[in-house]
Design a protein around this ligand. Structure first.
Ligand SMILES: [Zn+2]
Ligand SMILES: [Zn+2]
Length: 339
């Protein structure tokens, strides 16, 4: 079947056009997409930094209503978990499927959710609570990755936490860390509006990067953070994250860096202060928890109103950036101007 979609056809090339998504067979589900988030990964794909398989419909963060599929999900609003793992590689067989060596994902190497319709595996469909609107449901994959991030960082009751970056994931990580029992949370964010939102969502303090070491020292009586999470993927922020780590701290690189980027780390500091440096990739086994968390997380100020596919294209190519913390696409919106 044909659907209007945003198609990635090679580095720097994305077009809004009719695309063929095949026919939904007996073992697949047809989803009428209601909302799809745009994330930094889409920009990495567009720059040719990730192994996407063009031509492919972008969009790995989407929600919609199942119009055809098994009775258990038919007619329900679902969040589509985008990943497929091979099941036979060593990580898959060791319970760490997110590290699969032959991973596939909707919106990366299989047609994704920046389209009006998507044909997906019913096993990837997670019904969302009826009270959760579509544009919020589209954030489930983000939330699922953040839950894995908080799990991996090992936030414990009473820990002092620093989150670098108050974009969508930074603001979600902040709320999850708080819920996980963090005592004091410093958010580092140069944009005053986002810093103010971080305070509203429970940060103890929100400061610009230059003020962060002093502010954290004040907040923690000089002890600095037990857990630092970089939610930006930017080298300067990662260096700052290391600076904010107290003795015995865990520093997590959560934001996706460019593969070629390098930062210097003091091996002496890692030794003498017993730092743990960890990564957190994707959402292994956390999507179900994420869907439940949609009911209590404050996501309304994070998710933008749905923009048209044309506006999403202009946003992705940098021609007309959409001013939302999390840009969400409504593929049924018609206007060419869009935002
Ligand atoms: Zn994403
Ligand atoms: Zn595998």
């Amino acid at each position: 079947m044909l659907t209007k979609a945003l198609v990635f056809s090679g580095p720097g090339e994305v077009s809004c056009r009719e695309a063929d998504i095949g026919e939904p067979g007996g073992d697949s589900a047809l989803v009428r997409v209601e909302a799809c988030g745009i994330c930094a990964t889409d920009l990495h794909i567009l720059r040719g930094e990730f192994l996407a398989r063009p031509p492919v419909i972008l969009g790995h963060e989407f929600s919609g209503v199942v119009e055809r599929g098994p009775d258990s999900i038919l007619g329900q609003r679902v969040s589509v978990e985008p990943h497929h793992y091979c099941g036979v590689c060593k990580p898959c067989r060791s319970g760490r499927e997110n590290l699969c060596t032959d991973r596939r994902a909707y919106g990366v190497n299989q047609n994704g959710g920046m389209a009006r319709w998507a044909v997906v595996d019913p096993r990837n469909c997670y019904p969302v609570p009826p009270s959760v609107p579509a544009r919020i449901a589209a954030l489930a994959e983000n939330v699922a990755c953040c839950i894995h991030g908080v799990d991996r960082a090992g936030v414990r009751l009473g820990d002092d936490v620093a989150v670098v970056g108050a974009g969508a994931v930074g603001l979600i990580l902040l709320q999850l860390a708080r819920r996980a029992g963090a005592a004091r949370i410093l958010v580092v964010e140069p944009d005053p509006a986002r810093a103010a939102l971080a305070l509203e969502l429970g940060a103890s303090a929100a400061v610009a990067p230059g003020d962060a070491p002093r502010a954290l020292a004040e907040l923690t009586a000089g002890e600095l953070a037990d857990v630092v999470i970089d939610a930006t993927g930017v080298a300067s922020a990662q260096r700052l994250a290391l600076e904010l780590a107290g003795r015995g701290a865990t520093v997590e690189f959560f934001g996706v860096a460019s593969p070629a980027e390098r930062i210097a780390v003091s091996a002496y500091d890692v030794y003498a202060r017993e730092l743990a440096i960890v990564g957190a990739a994707l959402n292994p086994g956390t999507h179900l928890r994420a869907v439940q968390a949609l009911s209590w997380l404050e996501l309304d100020a994070i998710a933008g109103d749905g923009v048209s596919l044309e506006a999403a294209r202009a946003h992705l190519t940098g021609q007309r950036p959409v001013p939302a913390i999390k840009v969400v696409v409504d593929p049924w919106r018609e206007d060419a101007a869009g935002a």
